[in-house]
Design a protein around this ligand. Structure first.
Ligand code: SAH
Length: 402
C-alpha cells in the first residue's frame, strides 16, 4: 500500500473502505473502526485525524481513539478544527440556551450548557450552576482542549461564569486517562452550591455528588409530576438528592424518598428542609429500591421510578430490559387503584421502543389495566442531534393504573 501524506501538517490521514462513508455522509459523529481501510501513520489516543473516502475526498476531521468508536467527528467537510473552532462551538451552545430563554435570574439558575453530540462537541458535557460550570470530558481528544474550552466558557459574554470545575476522573477512558484528580480549571466556588430550579431551592454537591452534581435533565418531568401529586401519598424511588420529592412536596400529602446512597439521602433531607422547613410529611429512606418496593403493596398512589442506567453497553441490553420489566412489574403490582407511575430509562442503548415494550410486558404480567398518559423525554438544553439517534437517552412514561 502506497503511503500518502496527510494534507494538513501533523494530522494523520484515515481512509475509509469503499461504501463505508455512508454514516459520515449522513453526519453521524461516530466512526466505527470497522469502516476504516487504512490509517496513514500511528495516531495516539486523542490526536486529530482527517477522514477521506477512497477517492481522496476530505470528509471531515475528528478525535482518534483506539476503541470501537475510532473517530469522534468534530467538523464535516473541509473546516479545520483549531482553537477558533472550539471557541465558536462553545459560543453557539451558549447563544442557543439564551435564545431558548434560559437566564440565571429567572428562577432556574441551572441548565446544561454543552450537551456533547447534541451541540456538535462529542465528548464534552458542561452544566451551568449559577456561575459555576462543571465539565465532564468523555474523550482524551476533547480533554486536550480543556483550557481553550474553559476560556471560552468563562468569556461567553452571556451568562456570568466565575469558576469551571472539571470532574472527568470517572468519565475519561480508563487506561489512557490523563486525569488523576478532579480540579478547578478556572476560579473556585463554594461547595455545596445552592441553586434554584423553577423557584425551588437545591443544595448541590458538585464535588462529591453523582455526575456533575444534579440530574438537570429531569427538570421538565419533575414539573409535570407536580401536576399529578396533589394530595397523593408518593414514593420517589431512586430519589438521589430529592429532585422529584421537592417538587411533589408543594402539594402531596406524604412523600417518601428512597435511595441506596447515604450522602444522597442526607442531601434530600436538607433540600426538603431548605424549601419547607422541618415537616413530618417527608421521609428520606436509605434502602435498596427493589427490596423496598417489595413491601409496599397498596401503600402509595403515586410512584416515581428513575433508576440509574441499567445498560451502559449493547452487550448487556437483554439484562437491562429484564431489569426495567422487573422494576415496573413490582410497581404496577403494588400501586393503589387509580395510581400514577412516572417511569424512566436513561440508558443510551435502550431505545424508546424497547423501553415501552419492557413496560408493556410488565403491565401484561400484572393483568391490571394500564394507560399511558404522557411520553417524556429530555429538555431543550439536552438537545438530540438528529443525525445521532444515540443522543436521545432519556425516555419516560406516565402511567395510570386501574
Ligand atoms: N430522580 C433523581 C435522579 C436519580 S439518579 C433526580 O431527579 O435527581 C439514580 C439514583 O439511583 C442515584 O441516586 C443512585 O444512588 C440510586 N440507586 C442506584 N441503585 C439503587 C438501588 N438499587 N436502590 C436504590 N437506589 C439506587
Amino acid at each position: 500500500m502506497k503511503k500518502v501524506p496527510a494534507r494538513r501538517e501533523g494530522l494523520v490521514k484515515v481512509v475509509l473502505k469503499s461504501g463505508k462513508d455512508q454514516s459520515v455522509m449522513r453526519y453521524h459523529p461516530w466512526l466505527f473502526s470497522g469502516a476504516i481501510k487504512k490509517v496513514y501513520g500511528d495516531p495516539a489516543e486523542g490526536d486529530l485525524v482527517e477522514i477521506f473516502d477512497n477517492k481522496e475526498t476530505l470528509l471531515g476531521t475528528g478525535h482518534y481513539s483506539p476503541g470501537s468508536i475510532a473517530i469522534r467527528i468534530l467538523s464535516f467537510g473541509k473546516n479545520p478544527v483549531d482553537d477558533g473552532f472550539f471557541a465558536g462551538m462553545v459560543r453557539k451552545a451558549v447563544e442557543y440556551r439564551r435564545n431558548l430563554g434560559f437566564n440565571p435570574s429567572s428562577g432556574t439558575s441551572m441548565f446544561r450548557l454543552i450537551h456533547g453530540e447534541g451541540d456538535g462537541l462529542p465528548g464534552l458535557i458542561a452544566d451551568y450552576y449559577n456561575g459555576t460550570v462543571v465539565t465532564q470530558f468523555h474523550s482524551a481528544g476533547m480533554y486536550r482542549s480543556r483550557n481553550t474550552i474553559a476560556d471560552a466558557i468563562v468569556e461567553n459574554g452571556l451568562f456570568p461564569v466565575h469558576s469551571v470545575y472539571d470532574k472527568s476522573m470517572a468519565t475519561l477512558p480508563g487506561a489512557a486517562s490523563p486525569v488523576n484528580e478532579n480540579a478547578f480549571l478556572r476560579g473556585i466556588s463554594d461547595n455545596p452550591v445552592e441553586i434554584e430550579e423553577n423557584n425551588l431551592r437545591f443544595r448541590i454537591d458538585i464535588i462529591g455528588g453523582q455526575k456533575t452534581g444534579f440530574f438537570i435533565d429531569q427538570r421538565d418531568n419533575r414539573k409535570l409530576a407536580s401536576n399529578f401529586s396533589a394530595g397523593k401519598t408518593l414514593l420517589n424511588l431512586f430519589s438521589y438528592t430529592g429532585g422529584f420529592s421537592v417538587y411533589a412536596m408543594k402539594n402531596a400529602a406524604l412523600v417518601h424518598s428512597v435511595d441506596s446512597s447515604a450522602p444522597a439521602s442526607a442531601l434530600a433531607r436538607e433540600n426538603i428542609i431548605l424549601n419547607y422547613g422541618n415537616t413530618p410529611n417527608h421521609e428520606a429512606i436509605e434502602a435498596d429500591a427493589f427490596e423496598y418496593l417489595g413491601g409496599t403493596q397498596g401503600r402509595y398512589d403515586m410512584m416515581i421510578l428513575d433508576p440509574p442506567a441499567f445498560a451502559k453497553h449493547n452487550s448487556v441490553l437483554g439484562n437491562a430490559l429484564q431489569g426495567y420489566k422487573r422494576l415496573n412489574m413490582k410497581a404496577i403490582e403494588a400501586i393503589r387503584p387509580g395510581g400514577i407511575i412516572f417511569t424512566f430509562s436513561c440508558s443510551q442503548v435502550v431505545s424508546r421502543e424497547n423501553f415501552r415494550k419492557s413496560v408493556f410486558a410488565a403491565a401484561a404480567n400484572t393483568g391490571r389495566r394500564v394507560r399511558i398518559l404522557h411520553q417524556m423525554g429530555q429538555p431543550a438544553d439536552h438537545p438530540v442531534n438528529i443525525y445521532h439517534p444515540e443522543s436521545e437517552y432519556l425516555k419516560g412514561l406516565v402511567l395510570h393504573v386501574e
